[in-house]
Design a protein around this ligand. Structure first.
Ligand SMILES: [Zn+2]
Length: 420
């Protein structure tokens, strides 16, 4: 009997301890209830987040947290609402002001507080921001997901095959492999593409690589497959290289970034070959040091910059080989200053590389800083600028150009050829 009483008493004590541990958090959970938690997307315009909640106490605080895949930062908003026991709140993300590309992954959650100090954090909701205006077909592989809507299955397959072939070549040349499948959206025309880019996108834009999100957006009409293959491979290479080499030290010098993208496209197109030969003959090659930062906005200089970048990559692979190129990329992947990385992998700094490259080309010796003309302008505008008509065959005028996009600063590339 005594034993049973003792046991009961012990049980009661245990129960009390248990309750004292679990009660406050149980109350906090029950204090606030989410009634609805929804979002609505209007492509190119807005994403509206809506929440309704109730509590026995006055709800005093509502915050929305959201982030875009590929960016480390989380944004938050304080939507206006009428405090009470039953509340509703809405936050509209203006996609015209804060552009994101199709295929972006979004995650969001709410934090709701009441006057009694209860706090509720909803489970994160993830969704993909899709361009529902078109009936997309898709082809999936382990490294690339290709979406298109205009053109037959063979068209999509040809683009995917070329992309995978280029990735094999990139792996062979640089050791770089795809970390996360890259999404490639093929819009069926140039005007469709512009309709999917941010307002004010340059009319000559042929495609974009959104390196942080791992997304490529290009306009390729079915009759323009060969150009489409080049553009796709070019932008894809930028995304893959950035997956590997984005570091706080700034990644790759522009000539290497653009050179690898140009090299991936295939043989250098004749217009660039002519530019390069002319610059060699007239001793007007742009210095490799200049090409380490953003390319000139001047169309002629930009075009020559791409030609030289291709040539430099070809030179390194030809004279130093894939192993040293792989070593160089590995050093950049760890984060390094340009001269240090080149010195360690190739045994020359930027100027030494230029000297060796010029000798290989049969070009005159490098100009000293005082002799070099003309100075290369460094555009600092948020979007690349290419005055004048579209540049035939020229991709990414301005090279690496910074674009401000929610929620963080990211890099974007633009192609300077109007595809159709
Ligand atoms: Zn490029």
């Amino acid at each position: 009997m005594t034993n049973t009483k003792n046991r009961l008493a012990l049980l009661a004590v245990l129960l009390l301890i248990l309750l004292s541990i679990t009660l406050p958090s149980a109350l906090a959970q029950e204090g606030i209830t989410v009634v609805t938690n929804e979002y609505e997307t209007v492509f190119g315009e807005s994403i509206t987040f809506h929440v309704a909640a109730k509590s026995e106490n006055q709800i005093t605080g509502i915050r929305l947290y959201y982030k875009v895949g590929g960016f480390p930062s989380t944004s938050h908003a304080y939507p206006e609402f009428e405090p009470g026991q039953t509340v509703e709140a809405e936050h509209k993300w203006d996609l015209v002001l804060n552009y994101i590309p199709p295929g972006s992954e979004i995650e969001y959650w709410w934090k709701i507080e009441d006057a009694a100090g209860n706090e509720l954090k909803t489970e994160p909701v993830s969704f993909t921001y899709e361009d529902e205006r078109y009936d997309w077909k898709e082809l999936r592989s382990d490294r690339v997901i290709l979406y298109w809507y205009k053109g037959d299955d063979a068209f999509g397959q040809a683009l995917l095959d070329r992309a995978l072939e280029a990735l094999d070549q990139l792996k062979h040349d640089t050791g770089v492999t795809v970390e996360k499948p890259v999404k490639i959206f093929i819009y069926g025309s140039h005007s469709d593409l512009l309709g999917a880019l941010e307002e004010g996108a340059k009319e000559w834009t042929g495609g974009r690589a959104f390196t942080e999100q791992g997304i490529v957006v290009i306009g390729v009409s079915p009759g323009n497959l060969e150009w489409g293959k080049r553009a796709t491979v070019h932008e894809l290479t930028h995304v893959v290289m950035h997956q590997v080499t984005d570091t706080p030290l700034g990644g790759l010098p522009t000539w290497l970034d653009e050179g690898l993208a140009m090299y991936a496209e295939g043989d250098l197109e004749s217009v660039y070959v002519a530019e390069l030969n002319e610059a060699i003959e007239s001793n007007t090659l742009i210095s490799v040091r200049s090409l380490s930062s953003s390319f000139s906005a001047d169309p002629d200089l930009a075009s020559l910059s791409y030609a030289e970048s291709y040539s430099l990559v070809e030179f390194i692979l030809d004279q130093y080989g894939e192993e040293k190129m792989t070593h160089l990329i590995n050093i950049f992947a760890q984060g390094a200053y340009y001269d240090d990385a080149l010195q360690e992998a190739l045994g020359v700094n930027t100027d030494g590389l230029e000297d060796a490259w010029r000798a290989w080309l049969g070009a005159p010796p490098r100009l000293t800083a005082a002799e070099a003309t003309p100075p290369i302008s460094q555009p600092s505008a948020p979007t690349p600028v290419a005055p004048g008509p579209p540049l035939e065959g020229v991709c990414c005028p301005g090279g690496l150009a910074a674009g401000v996009i929610l929620p963080a600063l990211f890099y974007l590339f633009s192609c300077g050829q109007k595809p159709d």
